[in-house]
Design a protein around this ligand. Structure first.
Ligand SMILES: [Zn+2]
Length: 495
């Protein structure tokens, strides 16, 4: 307990300062203190089963390391995240010695003094029973505090990475372990064998939505007309509106489910690129992850290309631009088999109003606040529904583009995960999967096959619910690659 408090006051001031700077307010600062003390109590009580000597040694060691970490955090404003600790572990002595200046010695001295105090401090061995009570007590306070302060979760969710990089000793110790583990696990991706590609000029547009929950789509029974375009297409039997459940509640994990057939193997874009399909990945999020495909422009290059294509500069930051650019993309690869992956901005929170052009607001009044719990529930839902309506417009444009091309084309749209809009006090997404509400897991899955392709490619809604792993083999089928070793007929919706 003493260690928790001392460590909090001496080594975690940058964390508390960060909370205040980010307008967390004193109530969040108080929560951070409570959470920190409870967790640290539990960790050190658990460590005390190895004996007082070990505990003393660890208190001293962590005091010294905390002091050094504090030096880097306060001098370089560095967050000791996994990537940063990976850099630290990979740094050679010459590079490291460049940091050994300034007031490092003062911090080291502070660490040594505090460490020495913990080392010589007379500690009485306490019976196992009282340790267990103390451990459970701290856990209980932590759980109760968390449960009664759900509104603050949003702050922690938004700043998780920064907080994880600031809170000593967990920032450097856990993140260093994560970095080391990632380094050990890093093996080159295995490749699938290649088969002859017979199809010509086919187009698959794979649209990966962002935080779009099925419950708010008109075509799936929502009580507001959020999807008029899709509804019209559905009425004419031009699209299929399937249901899918996401494999996780956060983007990176879901992208892995959608794009990988087998763990440890190359993903869909890398594989198809090697298969001879032209692969383009466009996204207005932070730009696509760097990968070896035909074209995955960083944000600036994409904006520039939009301008050259004559798109209205007012919309080049919105998903609509991706849809309007599709004809230019088809012209860029006129004869090739082409896979276009569009990772939409979609409905990513917390600022829903940011995902649609100014003035696009079929549903009003809207919440314009990023502190979602500050908004009226109805205004928050309106702001979210506007992103779904905008998504409807984007998908409508894409279908229109593909409808008019003489090339055989198919569009697959699936959201990565859903979103919470304040139900049970939850917002956004990323709740641990086991306890995540259905709103965060139930996603739309829409299929459109253009007239040129309908004679040779069909699908029926045979399942009431699909998993996200059906994308890989279905895309392979669309390119006629059923003989590929990467293909699995059980995961093919065109089978
Ligand atoms: Zn996402």
């Amino acid at each position: 307990m003493l260690y928790s408090v001392v460590s909090l006051i001496l080594f975690n001031l940058p964390l508390l300062g960060f909370v205040l700077r980010e307008n967390g307010g004193f109530s969040v600062v108080f929560s951070v203190c409570a959470a920190y003390i409870c967790t640290t109590n539990m960790v050190f009580v658990a460590l005390s089963v190895f004996g007082l000597r070990v505990l003393r040694f660890l208190c001293a060691l962590f005091s010294l390391l905390n002091a050094l970490a504090l030096y880097f955090v306060s001098t370089y404003h560095a967050l000791l995240t996994k990537d940063m600790m990976g850099n630290v572990l990979n740094t050679n002595f010459n590079e490291a010695s460049a940091f050994l200046g300034g007031h490092l010695w003062a911090y080291a001295l502070l660490g040594l003094v505090v460490g020495a105090i913990f080392w010589v401090l007379p500690l009485k061995p306490s019976p196992f029973k009282s340790k267990a009570y103390f451990f459970l007590g701290s856990g209980l306070v932590f759980a109760l505090w968390g449960a009664t302060h759900t509104k603050q979760w949003l702050f922690f969710d938004r700043h998780a990475k920064a907080i994880g990089g600031l809170v000593a000793p967990y920032n450097y110790s856990i993140n260093a372990a994560r970095a080391a583990l990632a380094h050990l696990k890093h093996t080159p991706l295995k490749r699938f064998g290649l088969v002859p590609l017979q199809a010509q000029g086919r187009v698959v547009v794979l649209v990966i939505g962002e935080s779009a929950r099925r419950a708010n789509y008109g075509i799936y029974g929502y009580n507001k007309p959020t999807t008029p375009k899709l509804q019209e297409l559905l009425n004419h039997h031009e699209i299929l509106a399937l249901k899918a459940t996401s494999c996780a509640t956060y983007t990176t994990a879901v992208l892995a489910c959608i794009l990988n057939a087998k763990s440890g193997y190359e993903n869909l874009p890398l594989f198809l690129h090697r298969q001879g399909v032209k692969v383009v990945w466009l996204s207005l999020n932070d730009g696509p992850p760097p990968m070896d495909v035909d074209w995955s422009p960083p944000l600036l290059e994409l904006h520039q290309w939009f301008r050259q294509a004559g798109l209205d500069p007012k919309i080049i930051d919105y998903d609509e631009a991706l849809a309007l650019a599709l004809p230019h993309l088809l012209a860029r690869y006129p004869k090739d088999n082409l896979l276009v992956i569009l990772h939409l901005k979609g409905s990513h929170g917390p600022l829903y109003v940011d995902k649609v052009p100014k003035g696009f607001a079929p549903f009003k009044p809207i919440c314009t606040h990023s502190e979602l719990n500050m908004c009226q529930s109805a205004a928050l839902i309106n702001a979210y529904d506007n992103t779904i309506a905008y998504n409807d417009k984007v998908l409508g444009l894409l279908v229109q583009d593909l409808h008019h091309t003489p090339r055989q084309a198919v569009l697959l749209y699936m959201s990565d995960h859903g979103e919470s809009l304040g139900e049970h006090g939850l917002y956004l997404h990323g709740t641990p999967y086991l306890i995540a509400p259905d709103f965060q897991k139930q996603v739309p899955f829409i299929v459109y096959i253009n007239p040129a392709f309908q004679t040779s490619l069909q699908t029926k809604p045979i399942k009431s619910n699909y998993h996200q792993d059906v994308i890989f083999s279905s895309v392979l089928h669309a390119f006629g690659l059923q003989k590929s070793p990467a293909y699995n007929p059980h995961l093919d919706i065109f089978q």
